[in-house]
Ligand binder design. Structure first.
Ligand code: ADE
Length: 257
């Protein structure tokens, strides 16, 4: 996967991309990250990438020509790619979207700034506009890092343990159950006995129930995406949880995303 980031702050990316799993994925050749400075594609003497909005109003708008030239330079026609603008006006970036984006060969991530980008650029070049949440950042740079991180860890061979991504929160419409490690007793609090029992079927049952409890408590709307096998349904019925899930779905208070 090639990530091509278009930004007016290229230095922003140096340190975060040199750490942890993203760093290792680059070293192993599983991902490549290219940082493109939009300013290098400015068409005037002052290397301007923004200008005042037509019609007046506050703030500045990113000019279309440098953005367009930068996208043209970054896009690799030999890769099935996607041109994505990061902006608070975009559709929500979710785990499902990260999984879909992981199927492409190149993601071109455009970091918006100021009051937004010229609409004509968006119309012609942008294939998806994504927001990482309902808050306004000073620019799309942090959002681009979020997309790189979330997509990178889904690519084959990037995570050490084969199925770590399959058990993620959200991957099956459930939040992940709580985890414990040594010591067995911490400040007087014991780790749940079942996790030390060695009974893997009992551990799976316990974790399923804990995941569902947590999801019902914190993010009931996620349960619209959850699917349970007949065996799981039986366990959840026994724990008195399945009725709650059904009731939420019936009342229509769960909205599939
Ligand atoms: N740029 C500014 N705010 C943003 C957000 N919430 N998501 C993506 N890009 C942004």
């Amino acid at each position: 996967m090639l990530f091509s980031v278009l930004t007016i702050f290229p230095d922003f990316f140096h340190s975060p991309l040199r750490e942890g799993i993203v760093r290792r994925a680059q070293q192993d050749g599983r991902i490549e990250i290219g940082i493109h400075d939009i300013r290098d594609y400015a068409v005037d003497r002052h290397r301007m990438t923004d200008d005042r909005p037509f019609g007046g109003g506050e703030g500045m708008v990113m000019k279309p020509e440098p953005l367009a030239a930068c996208v043209r330079a970054a896009v690799r026609p030999d890769r099935a790619g996607r041109v994505i603008l990061l902006s608070p006006k975009g559709e929500r970036f979710t785990q499902a979207r990260a999984e879909r984006l992981a199927g492409y060969g190149q993601l071109v991530l455009i970091c918006g700034r100021y009051e937004g980008v010229d609409e004509r650029f968006r119309d012609r070049y942008v294939e998806e506009e994504l927001s990482i949440g309902d808050y306004v950042l000073t620019g799309g740079e942090l959002a681009a890092l979020v997309v790189i991180d979330a997509v990178c860890r889904l690519l084959p061979g990037v995570l050490g343990c084969g199925d770590s991504a399959a058990n993620d929160s959200f991957s099956r419409g459930l939040l992940k159950h709580a985890q414990y490690t040594r010591p067995r007793v911490f400040e007087g609090m014991e780790a749940p006995e079942v996790l030390l029992s060695g009974d893997h079927a009992a551990i799976d049952r316990y974790r399923l129930v804990e995941s569902v409890r947590l999801t019902l408590e914190r993010r009931p709307e996620l349960l619209a995406l959850a699917r349970f096998s007949p065996a799981e349904e039986k366990i959840l019925r026994r724990e008195g949880l399945y009725g709650q899930i059904e009731a939420l779905t019936r009342r229509g208070s769960i909205d599939a995303d």
